[in-house]
Each structure stands twice: as C-alpha cells, then as structure tokens.
Write a protein that binds this ligand. Sequence first.
Ligand code: ADP
Length: 397
Amino acid sequence: MKILVINCGSSSLKYQLIDMENEQCVALGLVERIATKKSILTQKVDGKKYIIEEPMENHTDAIRVVLGALVDHEHGVIKDLSEIGAVGHRVVHGGEKYANSVILNDEVMKGLEECTKLAPLHNPANIIGINACKALMPNTKMVAVFDTAFHQTIPEVAYIYPLPYRLYTDHSVRKYGFHGTSHKYVSDKAAEMMGKDIKKLKLITCHLGNGASISAIQNGKSVETSMGFTPLEGMAMGTRCGSIDPAIVIYMMKELKLTVDEVDNLMNKESGLLGISGVSSDFRDVNSAATNDGNQRAQLAIDIFCYKAKKFIGAYAAVMGGVDAIIFTAGLGENSSRIREGVCAGLEFLGAVLDKSKNNVSGIEAEVNTDDSKTKILVIPTNEELVIARDTMALIK
Ligand code: ADP
C-alpha cells in the first residue's frame, strides 16, 4: 500500500508518497507560494525534478496539482488515485487531547479546532490541508499525526510551569513539546543501531535544525523536552531566542515600548543565530563568516548554540540518572561535524567521547564515538514522514 504524507503550512505544502511494502519514498515534493500568481510545485522522483508553475488560488488547488503530478503519465509514479491507500497529515498541536495519532472524522476535526488556540500559526494551515484533501479524496481514510503527541508521556513535574496552577487548569498553559515524530524516529533507530531493547535505554535526542529541540527518552518514552508551551522555549535556534529571563519581555515592552507583536517577532524571527551574528539564520552562512571572515559575533553565535545544547544534555542525563546514547539529527545535527564537536566537547565526564575522524560524516547513519566511549554518540538522519506513514498504516489496518 502507498501512503501520502502531507505537511501543510500557511503558504507551502510538503508531501511524500511512501510505499509501505519497503518503506521507501517513491515521490516527494514541495508547493510554494500558494495563493499567489507565482505558485510553484517541485516534485522529485529518483532525483529527477518535475516543476509545475501555475497560479494556485488556495490549498485545494495546490493539492489538486499535487495529485495531478503524482498520476502524471510522464512524470508521475501511480496510475490513478486509488493506489493511495490513505493520507497521513502532520498536525502541529494536539494539546492534551491527543496523545496518539487518530483517524480523522468529524469529532476529531472539532477537536483540532479546539487545539488551534494553542498553535494559532500552525494548526489552521494543517486543518485547511486536511479539508482540501477530504474534498478531493472523499473516500480515502485520513489520519492526523501530532508533533506534540510523543511528549504526552512527560511527567507532571516536568510539564507544569511554576505559575499559578489555574493557568494550567483554566488555560491549558503547560509544556507540550514539539518535533515528536523526529524524536521518536531517531530514538527507535538508535536502539536498533545499538542492538538493544529501547525499553532498557536512556537516550538524549538532539534535533538541531533551524528549529531545535532536545529530548530525554527513557525506556522508549519521552520524559523531558526542551520546547515548551510553544516551540520558542529551550534551545537558541536559527531565529528563535529559546529560553531567556521572562522579565526581559516585560522590560522590552516597558522600556523599549515594543508592542506585543513586535516582541513576538523579535523573539521568534530576529533572535538566535541571526540575532547574535547579525549575519544569517542559516548555519552555513554563520559558519562561513566565522571561519573565513573571522567574524567574532558569528563565532559567538555558534559557541552559544553549542553551549545551550551541552547544558540540556547535562540536565537530561541528571533527569534520567545517566545516558546510554546521545543522538544528533536534523539539518545541523546530521550534517555539521563542527556543531557535534562543539556540543560534545567537555561531555567526557558523562562517558561520551567523540572520535574526531569518525565525526567527519554528513547525512548518514553513523556511530561517531571512540571505541572505548561508554556512551554512544550517534548521527541519525531523521524521517518524520516515515513515522507519519507508519502511524497512518497502523490505524487504518
Ligand atoms: P528546519 O527543518 O527546521 O527548517 P533543517 O533541519 O533543514 O531546518 O536545518 C536547517 C539548518 O541546517 C540550517 O542552519 C542549515 O545551515 C543547516 N545545514 C543544512 N545542511 C547543512 C550542511 N551540509 N552542513 C552544515 N549545516 C547544514
């Protein structure tokens, strides 16, 4: 059976068609600039690109073009849409209501609407994508897979903020955590690579991309994660500040006279690697400025990024009473030996010793610790789409 995985943003949409016989991606694509006259679809099959440029007024239009590209007799990969057994939708926020993936029906759609207030920037686009797919494929089963669900196992002691308790009971303010499908995929894969039962392992998974989060996974369950009520908490990221003294928000509003939206923008879009370096939110640019131009703020941005990650690793080893493996994934974790070296420097006391020559890898599964390192250090390319497809398959069976 083939499963279509859809990840719908406000003006873009990513998709993958996955053959569940061998769990291989047969086609993947991206639609950008939806609702403009310059909408563009780029589909890749066996590395070959197929581009469609035409105005797509809305997400229904975009999904119609996606389905057309998949069945295209020259560039497509299936004969007709009946070959798509089900659709798995990535949904950012499932609140406390959804600790697992669910089959989409009217009641769940209502539940998703209720979660929208918790993720006003993301959930509406996810819901639009689901509705667009339902309109075009009314008889195909659909499943929602949540970014938050994997972290619903985090204990109360970790998810309650030290605010008045009514913020939790009356307003759902608590830690939720994100990137759940990624943390789940790499922790399962780590256990497989180590040849051990995940139920007996203490893992720290570092999803270091433009958005970054670190999780403690004990016995296969998430017990702590660095993102919180929103994806702003935790690590310093490409453009997000991560955890800061909350009083800085009040200071910026009172003294700098910034509005709510300005503060929101500053912390989400102008901070992190971009804010510190003044160069870019993209690590490659920041790294090049630090290495080739001797830009000290770029160097500082990289140092701060690594320092924050190291602090979380230390804290999460304390949370679990040890750590068997540290896993690096996402754009930076998978590809940057410099970031892995910076994060692991000084973690020898935890038994984690990086082998600098083995660490010289990019984008492949690898063990990069020394032979005598007690704690494994693993590089594992993430595959969030496969987790969505697997959950979808399991639910519709
Ligand atoms: P997101 O999915 O959150 O947008 P990604 O996981 O794609 O982010 O990660 C993007 C980050 O990874 C960027 O900072 C980018 O510079 C970095 N990155 C991607 N490829 C490489 C590479 N080959 N070497 C170093 N950094 C890389």
